[in-house]
Design a protein around this ligand. Sequence first.
Ligand code: HEM
Length: 311
Amino acid sequence: MVDELISISNGLGDMGTSIIDVIPVLRHVPYWVPGAWYAKYAKKYRPKAKSLMDGPFEEVQNRISLGTAEPCYLANELETLQNKGPIMEHDFRRLKMAAFQLYMAGGETTSSTLMMFLLVMVHNPHIQKIAQKELDEVLGHKRLPDFEDKDSLPYVTALVNEVFRWKPVIPLGVPHTSMEDDIYNNMFIPKGTMIIPNQRYMLSDPSTYHDPQSFAPERFLPRPDGYGEPLPTSAFGFGRRICPGKQLAEGSIWIAITSILSTFDILPLRDGEGKPVLPTMEFDVHLTVRPKSLPCIIRPRTTQHASLIEI
Ligand code: HEM
């Protein structure tokens, strides 16, 4: 359902580019007015969005009443609210929206980032080897990584940060609006202006990052081993509305990348003559950016590594 809804919102174009973003008063125009295609679109798909918010919520409520609910965000929040007294209608609404947002905002961004990681690994086998060497020294081929290993894995952690920087999956961020008149670099920005942050440029600005187009984890290592360049925090937006899933995303992507690299080789396919066939650097650009296709081989490094992942 979420995937379907994401492709429906993709059909509306890029964030901040609809006619309603430009002339907000048009949101009051009814769907039957000629030309109000966006209102027709909203009317058509509203029931789907509503059922996506209501369905999983009701399912969790049912399970709670049957005593079969697993611990999860909704179950925990509902329990906390119940313990405080009667739950109000606006609490239900707030919770439904929050749970819906978590998956909508967190699923596609996380999976697109992991696809970028796989793409860049097929193209950079030498970087993969350096990261695996560091992981092997810490894990000794005997176990999977854990968060306590982070301080002992500076190169791999830099590699994860470089994945966030090299091709940010939300290149133009999410549009914001200025709340007051402002002056920036001698430009007057009136209150109410839509501001689209060019995060991709910020993360590949040559005055901040040397050779910004290349994938180079060592840029984040402190000098003299690296270049001590700033971490790619702008990949997660800014200010009051900065991504609230930042820590979760950084943690889940770190553990996914370290686990994959410690146990698998990510290799290119081979043609009839045994030459590597690299996936193209082409991207689907919608709400997020992700590789168009990713033909590659993901293979356990040894039988010993395979046994680590076979539970
Ligand atoms: C690689 C992973 C992720 C990236 C790159 C990312 C990036 C972003 C960006 C750029 C924004 C816009 C911030 C702004 O307005 O300045 C945002 C907003 C948001 N993100 Fe993430 N995000 C990621 C993962 C997640 C996860 C895992 C969750 C939750 C489970 C999440 C939840 C949200 C929510 C709810 C918002 C809207 C916040 C608001 O408008 O107040 N994100 N994210």
